[in-house]
Ligand binder design. Structure first.
Ligand code: IPM
Ligand code: MN
Length: 359
């Protein structure tokens, strides 16, 4: 297969982890006789520095002209502590999601047996966890009208959803549940929010099209507690934009490191693959960032094009690196391996599973 992939490394550790994902994809291309090409484009703080715009027109053009996008990370502390900044790196990512219509963000969360001791949660609680979070990505409070009064003393963000926005992601969540354990949990705050009540109504209606799937409801505060009390109760979690953002960071504790969590953001036309972690500015250039979330995002990219065997090969190589403790300091404080060495091991293992160099 021929694939043109846009690479948007972004800020902080974004470039270094994305590089490892590309290594894995190149190894796959070689092994399976595919042709993958990569076109790099700036986004985020780096793009602001270069052009004044966190999502330059040319970057959007590159994304629209390619088959898929591999995204790194976004954010820079110089904006985080400046509430008056008019232009912010995050706007680049949000505009990208909105412009490309990437309304569904899929975030798989798994407890790896080899890492079971790394999680601060008890083994008995997390063992066997396998959750797929379906986070709505282009609506809700992230994109509702914003207001700041002239005197600067009053501010608001509107949480708005339409039936259509809820329906399209709900169908994806139910379809995913059909291939898994046939359960969807809608996470909302329907005891307080009108928008959540609309979610319940619309999702309940859609559930009738999927009679074999059980639909459950949880308020987000309770869901946050259940996530670490009994994560095995979940199969597919369906939720709105901000609840999904929060719940998925919380869920990453189950796997032992946020550096493991990949995601796919899909719409009707485009698809983007990105780790759920941020730009981790303190780690930039130190070779300590975990590249696995980015590498597993590349596996999700392959799945998206039905290259399931190839995706499985990447996942197997990742699991091997975890099993052999060839990992960055977030998972292994004793014999840590650098970001690029982890990437090299995984790429080598893809090419040569039998005699990969352990170092
Ligand atoms: C994520 C990130 C983004 C979000 C930020 C960087 C805008 O936290 O992808 O989860 O809030 O969606
Ligand atoms: Mn987030």
């Amino acid at each position: 297969m021929k694939l043109n992939i846009a690479v948007l490394p972004g800020d902080g550790i974004g470039p270094e982890v994305t590089k490892q994902a590309i290594k894995a994809l190149q190894a796959i291309a070689l092994e399976f006789d595919h042709s993958f090409s990569f076109t790099h484009a700036p986004v985020g703080a780096i793009a602001i520095d270069e052009t004044g715009n966190p999502l330059p027109e040319e970057t959007l053009d590159v994304c629209e002209a390619t088959d898929a996008i591999l995204f790194g990370a976004i954010g820079d502390p110089k904006y985080d502590n400046n509430p008056d900044a008019k232009v912010r790196p995050e706007q680049g990512l949000l505009r990208l999601r909105k412009s490309l219509g990437l309304f569904a963000n899929i975030r798989p969360v798994k407890a790896y047996d080899t890492l079971i001791e790394k999680s601060p949660l008890k083994k008995d609680i997390i063992q066997g966890t396998d959750i797929s979070i379906y986070r709505e990505l282009t609506g809700g409070i992230y994109f509702g009208e914003k207001f700041l009064s002239e005197d600067g003393n009053t501010a608001s963000d509107l949480c708005l959803y339409t039936k259509t926005e809820i329906e399209r992601i709900a169908h994806l969540a139910f379809k995913a549940a059909q291939t898994r354990k046939n359960k969807v949990t809608l996470v909302d705050k329907a005891n307080v929010l009108e928008s959540s009540r609309l979610w319940r109504k619309v999702v309940t209606e859609i559930a009738k099209d999927y009679p074999e799937v059980t639909l459950d409801f949880l308020f987000v505060d309770n869901a946050a507690m259940q996530m670490i009390l009994n994560p095995n109760q979940f199969d597919v979690i369906l939720t709105e934009n901000m609840f999904g953002d929060i719940i998925s960071d919380e869920a990453s504790v189950i796997g032992g490191s946020i550096g493991l969590l990949a995601s796919a953001s899909v719409g009707d036309k485009y698809a983007m693959f990105e780790p759920i972690h941020g730009s981790y500015p303190q780690a930039t250039g130190k070779g300590i960032a975990n590249p696995i979330a980015s590498i597993l995002s590349a596996a999700m990219l392959l799945d998206h094009f039905d290259l399931t065997e190839e995706a499985a090969v990447i996942r197997k190589a990742v699991e091997k690196s975890l099993l052999l403790n060839i990992t960055t300091p977030d998972l292994n404080t004793e014999h840590t391996v650098s970001t690029s060495k982890v990437g090299d091991f995984i790429a080598d293992y893809i090419s040569n599973p039998n005699d990969s160099n352990l170092n």
